[in-house]
Design a protein. Structure first.
Length: 657
């Protein structure tokens, strides 16, 4: 997996020493680190020493097993995120804790009231005094009513806090994904993003909505019951203490293993969702090439891996719960044995033993709840590791600290000795590109597939920054320009034009949401799209459906061109923008472009001869270098590389005719 990172050169060196590729993908251990406890559980290998290498962003994203030190780093990172999310709700959390304390007090009073009924109320009533019995019963009813009201208030408040935290996290995650650079999205699949926003958030939702309540109540119950058990009878408490050693061992063992189990479940479910999303996005190709069976086999494998990881996590919880229940029931049996013997010898009252057993039952139930909370927390913590990794990512194309304003009506473009590679360990895609495009000139870029044509367009749109050199507009380095100003200055049309769900008018107005209907129609007419739009059932109000599937590829491209023209940008970038059109549509667009490009600087990546010959100037790119540069007619006469391409185009056109 190619993960974009903001490493310094020293950190990149550390990556290579660690076995992590310079593109950011990890080998599951930092510098000098070996297999830790989680890895040892899966591979049987002993742990080795870790060093000070820190993991950032999503570097460890795809690894089900990481060494112990990295695991601790990821857990600390997720806890920091959780505490940061809870910080604005400190007052609400304090109130919820107070409600939980009062609720626990009301609940803990009831076994004492039962003991009072048995040891005081019933004997007094037998002697004719019904007051103690009545007061004990009234107290029991009052504590039950108070407990019901306090439980409702606590659950309502804690539920609201949990939903507020989830809302904040969803917003943070969505905003972060939108602001990350194109390089991140080209390496981090949409399925993983969806997994972060769905299954991972659901794991956190379970923790906040259910387990936090159980944690508060269980912790308070354990503490208060422990105090009451000591107060009621110290000798019986000694019996309980004898069982604490195996109880603590079971709890410690499960806590250690649960992080490993749930890290695997989060990784495997992300792969399931990723494969599903990829299949649905490419369903036409799947059905056209009859890939249903192989895709189903792959989904079966991924589902089986996720099932196996989830089952193993469930086995861990079952093991812990069964152990706690066994210890709890054994302890109650021992208490009954010892308590009964002491009652026979007059050392203990029946009511005290009854209250003690009731409290003891309540004591092990919250311990079991604490184990379940540990289960939910392990699942949520593993999810937060993934989410915090995305939130920690930084755009590889950074915003300038002190941006230079860029509001222009005409733009001159310069590439100053630009080199570029997509990853530090990859070969250069562009080599020493030195280029000047005067304001208002239309330049076509041609060359073989992979020569670097689209990369030039991406650098001009600042989807990436040069590895070395500069790209400037009117002498201003693009790295010094605010993103909003750059997007207002440039408009880009790609080969696969994307339309959002909504009407055609909405899609044309994306670049200028405040545009009037008249301006939208004018832009569509200028580009030659008005005629086909008016033939649609609802004209400009026609819903384009998912990704514009109601329209043909050529029609989608016309809408995208109208969108770019309406945005009225000084620089227009067309990356194979007419490749999806038939000859008649392309000729109409070429006529419209001759008018609309007048006065604008345009960079056109094209394979079609008609598009190239309409340009003022042609650049021939070969292996990342500009090997020819000049007017198309002059290059044809020159007999060089462009002339060869020109002859090939003419031959293919004649063959098609």
């Amino acid at each position: 997996m190619n993960q974009p990172q903001t490493w310094t050169e020293q950190e990149r060196t550390g990556q290579r020493e660690a076995g992590e590729r310079p593109d950011g993908s990890a080998t599951a251990r930092p510098t000098g680190a070996g297999d830790g406890e989680e890895t040892a559980q899966a591979t049987g290998q002993p742990p080795a020493q870790a060093t000070g290498q820190e993991w950032r962003g999503v570097a460890a994203e795809d690894h089900e097993t990481v060494d112990r030190r990295v695991g601790r780093q990821l857990q600390r990172r997720s806890r920091r995120l959780l505490l940061d999310l809870l910080r604005p709700h400190r007052l609400g959390a304090v109130v919820a804790l107070l409600l939980a304390v009062l609720d626990t007090a009301a609940e803990m009073a009831r076994p004492l009231l039962i003991a009072a009924v048995i040891d005081t109320g019933i004997p007094a009533a037998a002697g004719g005094d019904h007051g103690p019995l009545a007061w004990a019963v009234a107290g029991y009813l009052l504590s039950s009513a108070a407990s019901a009201g306090l439980t409702y208030s606590f659950m309502a408040l804690s539920g609201r806090i949990g939903q507020d935290v989830l809302l904040e996290l969803r917003q943070r995650l969505f905003h972060q994904v939108q602001r990350l650079s194109l390089s991140f999205h080209e390496s981090y699949t949409s399925g993983k993003v969806i997994s972060r926003l769905t299954s991972d958030l659901q794991a956190l939702s379970t923790l906040l909505e259910e387990s936090i309540e159980g944690l508060f109540r269980a912790f308070l119950s354990v503490v208060s019951i422990a105090v009451l058990l000591v107060w009621l009878d110290l000798p019986l408490t000694g019996v309980i203490l004898a069982t604490f050693v195996p109880l603590l061992w079971i709890t410690w063992r499960y806590r250690r293993r649960s992080h490993f189990f749930y890290r695997r479940t989060r990784t495997t479910i992300a792969r399931v969702i990723g494969h599903f999303v990829e299949t649905m996005n490419g369903i036409r190709v799947v059905q056209a090439y009859r890939l249903e069976r192989s895709n189903s086999r792959r989904m079966d494998e991924l589902n089986a891996a996720h099932q196996e990881a989830t089952v193993r996590a469930g086995y861990g919880l079952a093991d812990s719960t069964a152990g706690i229940n066994l210890i709890g029931n054994t302890t109650i049996a021992l208490v009954l044995l010892v308590g009964g013997w002491r009652i026979i010898h007059g050392e203990l009252e029946v009511g005290v033993l009854a209250a003690y057993v009731l409290y003891l039952g309540k004591f092990y139930d919250p311990i079991d709840d604490l184990a379940r909370f540990a289960n939910s927390y392990a699942s949520a913590n593993a999810a937060l590791e993934k989410i915090s990794g995305v939130l920690e990512e930084r755009p590889t194309v950074a915003q300038p600290a002190d941006p230079v304003p860029l509001r222009v009506r005409s733009a001159a473009i310069d590439f100053h000795h630009v080199d570029f590679r997509y990853q530090p360990d990859k070969a250069l895609v562009l080599r020493d590109v030195d280029l000047h495009i005067p304001a208002g000139q239309t330049v076509a870029v041609v060359g073989e597939t992979g020569a670097g044509k689209s990369t030039i367009a991406k650098l001009l749109a600042r989807f990436y920054d040069p590895t070395s050199g500069r790209v400037t507009v009117n002498g201003i380095d693009l790295r010094d320009v605010a993103d909003a100003d750059l997007r207002a200055t440039t408009a880009m049309i790609t080969q696969e034009s994307f339309l959002f769900s909504g009407t055609i008018a909405d899609n044309i107005a994306l670049g200028r949401p405040e545009a009037t209907r008249e301006e939208i129609v004018r832009a569509a007419t200028a580009i030659g799209a008005h005629e086909f739009i008016t033939r649609l059932p609802d004209g400009y109000d026609t819903d384009v459906n998912k990704r514009g599937t109601r329209l043909s590829a050529g029609q989608r491209q016309l809408v995208a061109l109208a969108r770019a023209l309406l945005a009225d940008a000084a620089v227009l970038i067309l990356d194979e923008a007419t490749s999806s059109m038939d000859i008649a549509t392309e000729r109409a667009v070429q006529r419209a472009l001759r008018t609309t490009l007048r006065g604008r600087t345009a960079l056109i990546i094209a394979h079609r001869l008609s598009t190239v010959l309409a340009a003022d100037r042609v650049l021939v790119v070969e292996r990342g270098r500009i090997v020819e540069d000049g007017p198309p007619a002059a290059l044809v006469e020159g007999g060089g590389r462009f002339a060869t391409l020109h002859d090939a185009w003419l031959a293919s056109t004649s063959a098609s005719a």
